[in-house]
Write a protein of this length. Structure first.
Length: 171
């Protein structure tokens, strides 16, 4: 991942592809190549690599979660929920899977389901700014502006900058 961390995405993809040539059963190489493809906005390539990682290691919760995130980006919210739910089934402490599931549920107008997922993310990591940010947006949508403002303030306290603007405008 060093090349990827330095912004050399093509070099990183080449390295992971070489690792796969050496060991076609290396689920980490497929997973990591998927991460880089996501950074390059090659979403179908990322999905293919995450799928291969899952085929090799069906217990790879991060591969399910990341594939679900790509599906979320592609507005395949049902597919995102399926993948993120599977990630949660494998690793019930994987906060990002709850966040992605919640976001997809919100986009499908399942507000109670989204709230449950955001609450669980906060229960697991009470300092997760994104969970408070998103739960605040949900609360605003349901008419609970006071609750939204409380969550946005917490999000700001934990390092998120965007909700500060909302607090200034709406709270």
């Amino acid at each position: 991942m060093e090349k990827s961390d330095q912004g050399n995405y093509q070099g990183a993809i080449a390295d992971f592809s070489r690792a796969i040539e050496i060991n076609a059963q290396d689920d980490d190489a497929y997973y990591n190549r998927g991460v880089v493809k996501d950074k390059l906005k090659n979403y179908q390539g990322a999905i293919a690599d995450y799928s291969k990682a899952i085929e090799i290691n069906p217990q790879n919760a991060l591969a399910y979660s990341n594939r679900g995130y790509i599906k979320l980006k592609l507005n395949d919210h049902q597919g995102s929920i399926v993948d993120c739910s599977k990630a949660i089934e494998i690793d019930a402490q994987l906060v990002v899977a709850y966040l992605n599931c919640g976001y997809s549920k919100l986009n499908l107008n399942d507000r109670p389901g989204a709230l449950t997922d955001y609450n669980k993310a906060i229960e697991i990591n009470p300092q997760n700014a994104l969970a408070y940010r998103n739960r605040g947006l949900l609360k605003e949508l349901t008419g609970d502006l006071n609750g939204a403002c409380r969550d946005w303030r917490k999000a700001v306290n934990f390092g998120s900058t965007e909700p500060a603007e909302w607090v200034n405008q709406k709270c």
